[in-house]
Design a protein around this ligand. Structure first.
Ligand code: ATP
Ligand code: MN
Length: 467
């Protein structure tokens, strides 16, 4: 097979027949009769297979027997118009090279059980299924679309640290990073663990958000965005939470909350439009196999403006629903942190379109959010989506040093690791805003999957860290 260059199956499926080609990939199925074998071959470049037609008289029987589902082969042959239905072109095999056999008895993807639960137990083979191929290609395209979107707007790609000494949310959800010997911890005179002895000489953790450091970027470069992994040791075993997930966090100087909402809406619509245009085959595959409303749901997001509604109004709607007999698992009252059942009620039943909820009570939001004049609420904005609930969380940031310091005192937070953050307000402060989009939540929406473990190759959840 020396002189022909390997082609990707995706390219061949759209190519003009008549040339000699070389493909390499994994056998999805083999069928046929005593004269001819038909091999469906896939190389990961597309959800579609290419059909290889094998004239059995031309090949060694022993070789043909080893071409089973899952085996890896290279095929050289002529690309011809297909006589069968279902494909435009196929390859008439001249040479076949077997790269890797695949024992049909022990290969787990041969099994009848192709449930998502089973596939999660074989993460090293899962990407070879049509479904996960489609999901992982969409994931790749969405990552590209994110960079392209911000690049086109002149944002600077900013990398906040993954190992951090600051706790963004002030919550105890962080994974500690240490090289101390856990069986023999150094202690100070008070008997506390002496982090001076640790690798960084202080207590460090994996970041729960790149936002605080992204504000440094916005205060220098104007408009920045992060796109990287984020870690939260939240022990909530839900279909929407991972312990390691990817987040996109734009942070912009001179944006108020309205500019922030405009950006969030435009951004997410851009990504969905991009998926429909550039991942259509994969989205269509998922639509037809699992969720017949997927494409319609994606298109519906583009059709309309998102609702923009203050939290207080949202609570009134929920209270009215309760009064009218709607049953929620969690009680509704002003001041509650909305549960996903509440968010989904507003989006799916009441408005039937995405909702940006604003002006949340300050007590359920982070210390850095800009305080409203009413003294009770902050300029937060959560974007709520059908089937997902919260997909984006953001806010205008408090730019006033006095108000920010007061809030830190009120919450009895230690300023120790935040002095640099306060400095941003003392030296050339600017109004600014930003938000965080959970990449896997976006992928849940775009792929129609219902469990976040199925939109990332290696999900990390409580008691689960394979590979
Ligand atoms: P939730 O209430 O759903 O746990 P949150 O309020 O903790 O979300 P933020 O801290 O605002 O979320 O984070 C920004 C975005 O990151 C969220 O809107 C969501 O899309 C995503 N996100 C948050 N936590 C997780 C997680 N554990 N796994 C996956 N995505 C997450
Ligand atoms: Mn959370």
């Amino acid at each position: 097979m020396a002189d022909i260059q390997r082609s990707k199956i995706k390219a061949l499926l759209g190519a003009t027949p008549g040339t000699d080609v070389l493909v390499k990939g994994w056998v999805r199925t083999k069928r046929g009769n005593k004269d001819i074998a038909f091999i469906a071959l896939n190389d990961g470049s597309t959800v579609f297979n290419i059909q290889i037609v094998v004239d059995k008289t031309k090949f060694d029987d022993g070789l043909l027997q080893k071409i089973t589902t899952g085996a890896c082969i290279g095929v050289e042959g002529k690309l011809v118009e297909s006589v069968g239905s279902g494909q435009a072109v196929e390859i008439q095999a001249d040479k076949i090279e077997l790269f890797g056999e695949c024992d049909p008895v022990r290969y787990p993807l041969q099994k009848k059980d192709t449930s998502f639960e089973f596939l999660r137990t074989i993460g090293h083979f899962r990407p070879r299924t049509n479904t996960f191929g489609a999901i992982l290609r969409i994931r790749n395209q969405m990552a590209f679309a994110i960079h392209e979107y911000f690049h086109g707007k002149g944002f600077v790609y900013w990398n906040s640290p993954l190992i951090t000494a600051s706790d963004c949310e002030g919550a105890g959800e962080m994974f500690q990073v240490t090289t101390l010997d856990l069986n023999n911890l150094p202690r100070n005179k008070k008997g506390e663990i002496d982090y001076k002895e640790d690798f960084f000489g202080k207590l460090t953790s994996l970041t729960v958000s790149g936002q605080l450091e992204a504000e440094i970027g916005a205060m220098a470069l104007g408009e920045v965005y992060t796109f990287g992994p984020t870690f939260r040791a939240e022990n909530s075993n839900t279909p929407r939470h991972l312990a390691e997930f990817w987040m996109v966090e734009p942070e912009m100087a001179f944006y108020d909350i309205k500019d922030n909402m405009d950006l969030a809406e435009d951004f997410i619509k851009h990504l969905i439009r991009y998926a429909l245009t550039n991942c259509y085959d994969d989205v269509k595959f998922l639509n037809d196999k699992y969720d017949n409303e997927l494409i319609a749901r994606l298109e519906s997001i583009l059709a309309d403006s998102f609702v923009r509604l203050p939290y207080t109004e949202g609570i009134k709607i929920l209270e009215k629903a309760v009064a009218d007999g709607h049953k929620f698992e969690y009680p509704v009252a002003w001041g509650i942190d909305l549960q996903s059942e509440h968010e989904r009620f507003l989006v799916e039943q009441h408005f039937r379109k995405p909702v940006i909820l604003t002006d949340y009570p300050k007590d359920i939001k982070a210390f850095y959010m800009k305080q409203n004049e009413d003294g009770k609420t902050v300029r937060a904005m959560d974007v709520l989506f059908p089937k997902i609930g919260e997909i984006i969380g953001g806010s205008e940031r408090e730019a006033d040093i006095v108000k920010l310091e007061n809030r830190i005192k009120e919450l009895e937070m230690s300023r120790g690791t935040l002095e640099w953050y306060l400095d941003l307000r003392k030296f050339g402060s600017a109004p600014h805003s930003g938000f965080g989009l959970g990449f896997e939540r976006l992928l849940l929406f775009v792929t129609g999957m219902s469990n976040i473990r199925d939109v990332i190759a290696f999900p990390r959840t409580p008691k689960n860290a394979e590979y």
